[in-house]
Design a protein around this ligand. Structure first.
Ligand SMILES: C[S@@+](CC[C@H](N)C(=O)[O-])C[C@H]1O[C@@H](n2cnc3c(N)ncnc32)[C@H](O)[C@@H]1O
Length: 134
């Protein structure tokens, strides 16, 4: 099945340029508040789609395991440098349109600053929903 084109951040210095040096502390804090209010307090697994360099990942404190998905390996490498290679995190290079997970595998999922990159957002949301248990 053909899938829509991907807006990959392979090789991008997005985290450094946009966040670390971009004077965006206010936006970053607003996201922290939104995530705290919108997410369940915790659970066994959280799926983070379009995780990038893992900027938001440390905020998922109540979840035992976080699976970070990004199309770009270099973004996942940056995330691993930030978060470490410990057992709490799994780094998966995959396309959101073809998620390699069993149906209903995750009780919670996030997709931050990524949906607007999707040529077919409905297909991306359908894949997300399929991976979620509730
Ligand atoms: C703007 S960045 C956001 C990163 C992170 N969520 C944040 O807020 O800091 C968007 C990310 O989505 C990833 N992405 C875009 N399309 C994707 C797809 N089809 N499958 C997986 N990842 C994708 C890009 O590689 C990039 O790392």
């Amino acid at each position: 099945m053909a899938t829509p084109p991907v807006c990959s951040y392979e090789g991008s210095d997005y985290q450094k340029r946009f966040w670390d040096e971009g004077d965006r502390a206010y936006e970053d804090r607003v996201e922290a508040i939104a995530l705290r209010r919108l997410l369940p307090h915790g659970g066994p697994r959280l799926l983070e789609l379009g995780a990038g360099a893992g900027r938001n990942t440390p905020r998922y404190v109540g979840f035992e395991h976080v699976v970070l998905v990004d199309y770009s390996r270099t973004q996942l490498e940056q995330a691993q440098q930030r978060l470490g290679a410990g057992p709490r995190y799994t780094y998966v290079a995959a396309d959101i349109y073809r998620l390699p997970f069993a149906p209903s595998a995750f009780p919670a999922a996030t997709m931050v600053r990524t949906l607007h990159h999707m040529a077919d957002p409905l297909a991306a949301l359908r894949q997300t929903r399929r991976s979620m248990s509730s």
